[in-house]
Design a protein around this ligand. Structure first.
Ligand code: C2E
Ligand code: MG
Ligand code: MG
Ligand code: MG
Length: 288
């Protein structure tokens, strides 16, 4: 805590060296322009269709390599970007960089979809529709290939314009995924009201699916409701063959997780894409 030196003059609060507050302040100072200095990169984690046994999509995940502090996770710097008012700039860079990276990837039929996480404050700032349109225009990415990952909290917040903006994006042909479903204030009733195409079952939800009959029942119910509403279900954070087996048994269509593939550089995606005829996703062989 800051302790006044007793001189009567205002003493500026100085966080202790190495404290969490000092780190936050440092990251906040250094983040603006980090993308122009080449410190940010985008990794891509494959999303596998369990039915087709091939990679049908990737999720773009931001990384920041700070010159002195090393790798800073997005869970730490995205909230800082929101508070510092640079989330729009950061997000535009991420969208553009990710789109440009997936465009040259080879494909045998349907090109992979690109999932990009969108933060609540970007939606609240009302520049999302314009920003997405600009990126589609500048990169030439087909709108059908873009999947905006938003959370329920984002979609339920800020009143009318969020629904209007999301609908405008869908009219452009862009897809919308509900991220981290099963956490926070999830409600199945929301699903009928929200304009979404994909449901991403949160890691926490997937974690017990192989051992807990209740978790499995819940998963089966979500899959059934999603099917009735015409939504795809992606299970997030699949780490074990037992989880994958339970998810397949529950009828889940898509999976993402360390078991299948870690987030990787765009050029490494070539190795996991189905460019040859009938090639099975190696992680799924024998997992039935
Ligand atoms: P998310 O959208 O739910 O992304 C999934 C996170 O789970 C990623 O963490 C991913 O690396 C991790 N993950 C994937 N498979 C597994 C697994 O099998 N086990 C476990 N334990 N974790 C797994 P990451 O990359 O650290 O990203 C964390 C969060 O940061 C993301 O959660 C997303 O909310 C946010 N984020 C990442 N990139 C962006 C971005 O470009 N913009 C915004 N607004 N947020 C981003
Ligand atoms: Mg996501
Ligand atoms: Mg998620
Ligand atoms: Mg998650």
């Amino acid at each position: 805590a800051a302790v006044a030196a007793g001189t009567g003059s205002a003493v500026r609060y100085r966080p202790a060296l190495g404290s969490a507050a000092e780190r936050r302040a440092r990251l906040r100072d250094d983040l603006p322009g980090a993308w122009d200095r080449g410190e940010l990169s985008v990794l891509f984690q494959p999303i596998v269709s369990l039915g087709e046994q091939r990679v049908t999509g990737v999720e773009a995940l931001l990384r920041w390599q700070h010159p002195e502090l090393g790798e800073v996770p997005p869970t730490e710097f995205v909230p800082i970007a929101e508070r510092a008012g640079v989330i729009g700039e950061l997000q535009r860079w991420a969208l553009e960089t990710a789109a440009a990276a997936v465009l040259p990837l080879p494909h045998s039929g349907t090109p992979v979809r690109l999932g990009v996480n969108i933060s609540a404050s970007h939606v609240a700032a009302r520049t999302l529709v314009r920003d997405v349109a600009a990126v589609l225009q500048s990169t030439g990415l087909a709108p059908e290939r873009l999947v905006l990952e938003v959370t329920e909290a984002t979609l339920m917040s800020e009143g009318e314009h969020v629904a209007v903006d999301m609908e405008a994006l869908r009219l452009m042909g862009v897809h919308v995924a509900l991220d981290d479903f099963g956490t926070g204030r999830s409600s199945l009733a929301h699903l009928t009201r929200l304009s979404i195409d994909v449901l991403k079952l949160d890691h926490a939800f997937v974690l017990r699916v192989d051992r807990d009959p209740k978790a499995r029942a819940l998963c089966e119910s979500v899959v059934a409701i999603a099917a009735a509403l015409g939504l795809d279900v992606v299970a997030e954070g699949v780490e074990t063959p037992a989880q994958l087996g339970a998810l397949r048994a529950a009828g889940c269509g898509f999976a993402q997780g360390f078991l299948l593939a870690r987030p990787m550089r765009a050029q490494d995606l070539v190795d996991v894409l189905d460019v040859g005829a009938g090639q099975l996703w190696p992680g799924l062989v024998g997992s039935r």
